[in-house]
Design a protein around this ligand. Structure first.
Ligand SMILES: [Zn+2]
Length: 410
C-alpha cells in the first residue's frame, strides 16, 4: 500500500520535535519518548522506522492506513534505533538478526512491542502500540451489525462447537475474540472455566486463564491443546489456526464437549470454509463441529465534523505536495487532521453452516463460487452488502470500501 500523506500530523509532530534541544544529552531519549506519545495521541496502531539510503523514514499506521510523518538523518537514525532497543531490552550490539521485545513499563504504561529486522540500509524497526486497558471492549461495544452481534452471542452460549473469527490481518479479529471471552465470562458468572492458548497474549483478561505457547520448547498450539483438555476447560480460545494440525486439534476438542473460539486468516466467511477444506480437514468434521463463521473488516469512518467537505479536502490533499502553502494547518479539520476520516467502522458477516444447502455444498466439496451463492441463499448478509449500506448511510465512502474490500463481488 502506498504511504498516504496526511498534512496535519507531520506538521504537528515537527512542531513538537522543534521544542526539544538537540544539543542536550537527553535529546535522543526525549525524542524517542515523543515518538511513542505522539503516535498514541494520533491513534496510531503501529510506527514504522524504515532505514533508506539517506535517512530513517518514519510512518504511522492510523485507522489502518500508513502516513509518512518525518525523516531523520542517518546520524540520528542509529541512535533512535539503539534507544528503542535499550528500552525494550534488546541487544544493541546485534544488528544482524531480527529481535523482538516489549517496552519496559517505566517507559510506557501500556503494552508496546518492538521488533527489529536487518535490512539493506540498517535495521527496520516496527513498533506495535496496543490499546490502553480501559479501551478494551465488550461485545456490544464493537459496533457490529445488530444481527451479527445477536447471532454471535447465541453461539457463545453453546457448550460445544467451533466459532471461527476470520478476517485478514489487522481486521480486528483478536479484539473480537477477547470481547467474546469477556462476554462469556460475564454471562456465565464463574460457572464456566475459560482458558486460552495464545501466541502472543495481547492483553490480560480477568477471570480467564491465559497461556503463551512456546513452540521451541515443544509447547505448541497442537500439543498444548491436548494437555489443556485434561484441565477440564469449558471454553477455549485458540489464538489462531495457522496449520492443519491445529485445525484438526481444535475441531476434535469441539467434538468432545468444549466451545472453541479461534481466529483464522480468511477474506470472507465462505473463503474460511474453503480454506478449511484445503487443509484436508474432513467435511464431516467441519459439519459436526463448526457452529459459526464470523468475518470482519475495519474501515475508516467518515469524519462527522467535516464529512460534507471530505471530497473537497481530498482534492486539496492531492495538490498539497505541489503547493505546500495551500494546506495551512488552521484550515484543517481538527477532528480528522484533514483526512476526512475519524475512527473505525466494523463490517461483519456471520455464516451459520447448519443450513442443509450449505452442508450439502460442503459435503460435495463445492467450489468457492458455488458456496458463496449457497451462503447468500441462506440469508447471510455479506460484507459487500453491509458495506453498501454503510456508504448509503454516509458512514464511510465508496473509495474506502474499495480500498478494504477491493472489487470483490460477495
Ligand atoms: Zn474532519
Amino acid at each position: 500500500m502506498p504511504a498516504s500523506q496526511i498534512d496535519g500530523i507531520p506538521r504537528a509532530f515537527a512542531t513538537a520535535v522543534s521544542q526539544l534541544n538537540p544539543r542536550q544529552e537527553s535529546y535522543v531519549p526525549e525524542l524517542t519518548a515523543l515518538i511513542l506519545t505522539q503516535a498514541r495521541r494520533y491513534r496510531a496502531s503501529d510506527v514504522h522506522l524504515n532505514p533508506c539510503e539517506t535517512e530513517l523514514q518514519m510512518q504511522w499506521r492510523i485507522d489502518g492506513v500508513l502516513c509518512s510523518v518525518m525523516g531523520f538523518d542517518r546520524e540520528l537514525s542509529s541512535r533512535i534505533t539503539a534507544r528503542l532497543k535499550v528500552i525494550s531490552g534488546l541487544l544493541t550490539y546485534r544488528t544482524d538478526v531480527p529481535q523482538e521485545g516489549r517496552v519496559a513499563r517505566e517507559h510506557s504504561s501500556s503494552e508496546v512491542r518492538v521488533t527489529t529486522f536487518p535490512s539493506l540500509y540498517g535495521e527496520k524497526v516496527a513498533i506495535r502500540l496496543f490499546a490502553e486497558q480501559d479501551q478494551l471492549q465488550m461485545l456490544d461495544q464493537l459496533g457490529l451489525p445488530g444481527m451479527v452481534e445477536v447471532g454471535l452471542r447465541t453461539h457463545l452460549e453453546a457448550t460445544s462447537g467451533v466459532i471461527l473469527l476470520t478476517g485478514p490481518s489487522g481486521s480486528g479479529k483478536t479484539t473480537t475474540a477477547y470481547a467474546c471471552l469477556r462476554d462469556v465470562r460475564d454471562r456465565s458468572s464463574g460457572t464456566r472455566c475459560l482458558m486460552t492458548l495464545e501466541d502472543p497474549i495481547e492483553s490480560a483478561i480477568a477471570g480467564v486463564i491465559q497461556s503463551q505457547v512456546k513452540p521451541a520448547a515443544g509447547f505448541s498450539l497442537t500439543t498444548g491443546l491436548r494437555s489443556l483438555m485434561r484441565q477440564d476447560p469449558d471454553v477455549i480460545l485458540v489464538g489462531e489456526i495457522r496449520d492443519p494440525e491445529t485445525a484438526e486439534a481444535a475441531f476434535q476438542a469441539a467434538l468432545t464437549g468444549h466451545l472453541v473460539v479461534t481466529t483464522f486468516h480468511a477474506g470472507s466467511a465462505v473463503e474460511a470454509l474453503t480454506r478449511l477444506m484445503e487443509m484436508q480437514l474432513e467435511p464431516y468434521l467441519i459439519r459436526s463441529a463448526l457452529r459459526a463463521v464470523f468475518c470482519q473488516r475495519l474501515l475508516r469512518r467518515s469524519c462527522v465534523s467535516c464529512s460534507s467537505k471530505s471530497l473537497e479536502s481530498a482534492k486539496s490533499r492531492n495538490s498539497a505536495d505541489k503547493n505546500p502553502a495551500h494546506a495551512s494547518l488552521s484550515a484543517l479539520c481538527p477532528v480528522c487532521s484533514g483526512t476526512g476520516y475519524a475512527g473505525r467502522l466494523v463490517l461483519a458477516e456471520l455464516l451459520e453452516p447448519e443450513h442443509p444447502e450449505l452442508v450439502q455444498g460442503l459435503l460435495s466439496r463445492a467450489d468457492a463460487r458455488r458456496m458463496s451463492a449457497l451462503a447468500e441463499a441462506t440469508g447471510m448478509v455479506t460484507l459487500s452488502q453491509v458495506a453498501a449500506n454503510a456508504v448509503a448511510e454516509g458512514q464511510t465512502t465508496q473509495e474506502e470500501v474499495l480500498r478494504v474490500l477491493g472489487g470483490r463481488r460477495s
